[in-house]
Design a protein. Structure first.
Length: 383
C-alpha cells in the first residue's frame, strides 16, 4: 500500500500540507512512523475534476461533479475579469499537452538536496508578462485556512514567481485564488503578493521546512494540524489534550458550567468554544469508525446494534397532492401541506423583483404573519 502524492513529493514536505505542518512541527516525523495510507477517494475525485477543468471538457463528469466544476469555472472567469487577466496564457496540472502542463516544482537546501515542493493546479500569465495568477481548486467540503493565513497559498505564490523552472518566474505580482465552490461563506478568496512579500514568504517557508526536516521538533495539538493527521491515534500530546478536554467537560457538568466560565478570561472562553468544536469532530469520527466495525461484525460493539430508519420521500409531489385531494378531500390536503412565506415570495419573484414580492406578501398577509427571532447561538467571529 502506497501514497502516490508522497512518492511524487519524494517524501519531503509539500505545500499542500504546510498549514498543518507549520502549526505542529513534529507532525510529519510521527506520521512517518505510521503505515502509509492509500490516496483517498476525495483526492481521486478532485483529480478528475481538475483534469476536466484543464481540458475545459466536463462531459465525462457526474452531475454533481459537473456542477462543482462549473462553479469553479465561474469563479475563475470572475477573478480573471476583476484583475484584468483577459488574453492570458495558461498552464494546468496534468494537462496532456507538454507545453501546457505544470510540473511539480522542488526547492533545494544548501547541500542541493530536495527540501520541499509544490504542485500548482492552474497558472495564468497576463499580456504584460509581469503579473501571474495561480488558482487552487478546493472541490471537497472541508473548511480551508483563510487565505491571509494560508501557507499553501503562499508556497504556491513563491514557487510560481521565484522558482526558475516555473513558466511565470520573474513576475512582479502574484494573484492567488482559493476557489472553493462548496464553502459556506464565499465562492473564492484572493490574495495579491508583491516581490517583497514573496521574498519574505520564501524565507519563512524555508526556515520552517528546515526545522521540520531536522526532526526532533515538538508536537502542538491544534484543530488544523490534527484534523487529518494519520498519527493522532498514537500522539501523546493529542491524547493528553483530549483527556484534558473531557475532564473540563465533566467539571462543567458538576458545577453547571457557570462557576468555571465566569472565572475564565474572554480569550479562554473563546478557546473553550474552539475545543468543544474540535471535540465534536473527534466524537463524530470515532462513532463512524465504530459503525464500520459493526457493519463488518454485528457483535463487534457489545451493548449496541446497528439500526436504520427509512425516510418517506414523495417521488411525484403534484400527483400525490391530486390523489390526496381526490381520495381524502381538500381539507385533508390542506392539513398535509405546510404554508411557507419564503416559498410564496420565491414564487412571486418569478414575475417581479424580490423586494416587491416581499412587500406585497407582507401587505396582503398583514396581521397573519410576524417575525420571530430564533434561539441565540455562537458562530466564529472572523475579525
Amino acid at each position: 500500500m502506497s501514497n502516490k502524492h508522497d512518492e511524487i513529493a519524494l517524501f519531503k514536505p509539500s505545500g499542500s500540507g504546510f498549514d498543518a505542518d507549520f502549526r505542529c512541527l513534529g507532525k510529519r516525523e510521527l506520521e512517518a512512523k505510521m503505515p502509509p495510507e492509500e490516496d483517498s477517494a476525495d483526492a481521486a475525485r478532485g483529480g478528475v475534476i481538475h483534469l476536466a477543468l484543464a481540458l475545459s471538457d466536463l462531459s465525462g463528469l457526474s452531475i454533481s461533479d459537473e456542477i462543482t466544476a462549473q462553479r469553479c469555472m465561474y469563479a475563475e472567469s470572475t477573478v480573471v475579469n476583476e484583475y484584468n487577466f483577459e488574453g492570458y496564457t495558461a498552464w494546468w496540472e496534468g494537462h496532456p499537452d507538454d507545453d501546457m502542463t505544470l510540473p511539480r516544482l522542488f526547492e533545494y537546501d544548501l547541500d542541493g538536496n530536495p527540501a520541499w515542493s509544490v504542485q500548482r493546479e492552474a497558472l495564468l500569465l497576463d499580456g504584460t508578462k509581469k503579473r501571474a495568477m495561480a488558482n487552487d481548486y478546493k472541490t471537497g467540503f472541508s473548511r480551508t485556512v483563510p487565505i491571509e493565513h494560508n501557507w499553501q497559498v503562499a508556497s504556491e505564490a513563491v514557487a510560481a514567481a521565484l522558482n526558475p523552472q516555473s513558466p511565470t518566474c520573474g513576475v512582479d505580482e502574484m494573484v492567488v485564488n482559493l476557489i472553493h465552490p462548496h464553502h459556506p461563506d464565499s465562492l473564492y478568496e484572493t490574495r495579491v503578493f508583491n516581490t517583497e512579500e514573496l521574498m519574505m514568504c520564501s524565507m519563512t517557508i524555508n526556515g520552517w521546512v528546515e526545522k521540520i526536516n531536522e526532526g526532533g521538533q515538538p508536537r502542538t495539538p491544534n484543530s488544523i494540524s490534527c484534523q487529518f493527521c494519520r498519527a493522532k491515534g498514537v500522539c501523546p500530546e493529542y491524547k493528553k489534550e483530549a483527556r484534558r478536554l473531557m475532564k473540563a467537560i465533566k467539571d462543567e457538568h458538576e458545577t453547571k458550567g457557570f462557576a468555571e466560565l465566569l472565572a475564565m478570561t474572554k480569550k479562554e472562553r473563546g478557546r473553550r468554544m474552539d475545543e468543544l468544536q474540535k471535540l465534536g469532530d473527534i466524537i463524530k469520527a470515532m462513532k463512524e469508525k465504530l459503525v464500520q466495525l459493526a457493519i463488518g461484525d454485528g457483535t463487534a460493539v457489545t451493548g449496541w446494534k446497528l439500526s436504520q430508519k427509512w425516510n418517506t420521500v414523495v417521488t411525484d409531489e403534484a400527483k400525490a397532492m391530486r390523489t390526496t385531494k381526490d381520495t381524502f378531500g381538500q381539507v385533508a390536503l390542506s392539513h398535509a401541506l405546510k404554508f411557507s412565506v419564503p416559498g410564496l415570495i420565491d414564487f412571486l419573484k418569478k414575475d417581479m423583483k424580490a423586494k416587491e414580492a416581499k412587500e406585497l406578501v407582507e401587505k396582503q398577509l398583514k396581521g397573519l404573519i410576524r417575525y420571530k427571532p430564533s434561539d441565540k447561538f455562537l458562530i466564529k467571529d472572523k475579525k
